[in-house]
Design a protein around this ligand. Structure first.
Ligand SMILES: Nc1ncnc2c1ncn2[C@@H]1O[C@H](COP(=O)(O)OP(=O)(O)O)[C@@H](O)[C@H]1O
Ligand SMILES: [Mg+2]
Length: 220
């Protein structure tokens, strides 16, 4: 399975959803899980040390001189069965997007991509959008708020499903998102203080709050 999580607005919980998906699946997937961090925030969500050394950005700028499987050597193990392919520094060369997508699509492990906020650059598709297009599941992570729904009217790529992150006492909800985007909500997750505390304590990978983990399991 190859899943790309993305958003149209920062701060909605995309990184946390991708992290929780990866942590949850690493517990059950016999093959293991590779979490590809295109946005660069996963170390902060997972409470791991900031990886040093080259990542996706350096691999991309090295061009075709570097074999695609060199990516396999850039992984950092977070916990048993869970590795992160970190972003690295500098821009990710969009001309390497298709190669990256095909390497990830051939992975024997489950692949979860945190593509962050997607904007299609005027010159063409971004790397995150290419990985959303190549994935088995392209998931838009969205909070039902006015700006989120406004941006959802003109999406850079079409998602297969949405993951709704719901704040209490909001008037807008899952139905509004489904109506605007035109795809179903595969899961509805709560903004949960236990999740925020786990992130702040660096404990999301080891102590994923149980109710959040159960809600994330709906994502298949
Ligand atoms: N379900 C949640 N419940 C509580 N806090 C959350 C939840 N999801 C994310 N957060 C917090 O909200 C902030 C933004 O989350 P993040 O996943 O980094 O958003 P994004 O990747 O969309 O920018 C972080 O401080 C994170 O800890
Ligand atoms: Mg993020």
């Amino acid at each position: 399975m190859f899943i790309t999580c993305w958003s149209v607005k920062g701060g909605v919980g995309t990184t946390v959803v991708a992290a929780a998906l990866a942590v949850g699946r690493a517990r059950t997937a016999a093959s293991g899980v590779l979490l590809v961090d295109l946005a660069g925030d996963q170390p902060h969500a997972l409470g791991m040390a900031e990886p040093v050394g080259p990542g996706v950005a350096e691999w991309s700028s090295a061009g075709s001189a570097v074999p695609p499987d060199a990516l396999a050597r850039l992984r950092t193990e977070v916990s048993p069965g869970l590795a992160v392919l970190h972003r690295g520094r500098g821009p990710i060369d969009p001309t390497r997007a298709e190669v990256l997508a095909s390497v990830l699509a051939r992975e024997p492990v489950e692949v979860i991509v945190d593509a962050g906020r997607l904007d299609v650059a005027p010159a063409g598709v971004t790397v995150g959008a290419a990985l959303a297009g190549a994935a088995d599941r392209s998931l838009l992570v969205i909070r039902p708020c006015q700006l989120g729904l406004f941006r959802a009217r003109h999406l850079p790529v079409q998602p297969d499903a949405v993951v709704v992150v719901r704040e209490p006492a909001r008037v807008l909800g899952r139905g509004d998102v489904e109506q605007v985007v035109g795809v179903r909500a595969i899961a509805e997750l709560a903004v949960d203080p236990a999740v925020a505390r786990a992130v702040d304590a660096g404990l999301l990978a080891s102590r994923l709050p149980r109710s959040f983990a159960a809600a994330v399991e709906q994502i298949r």
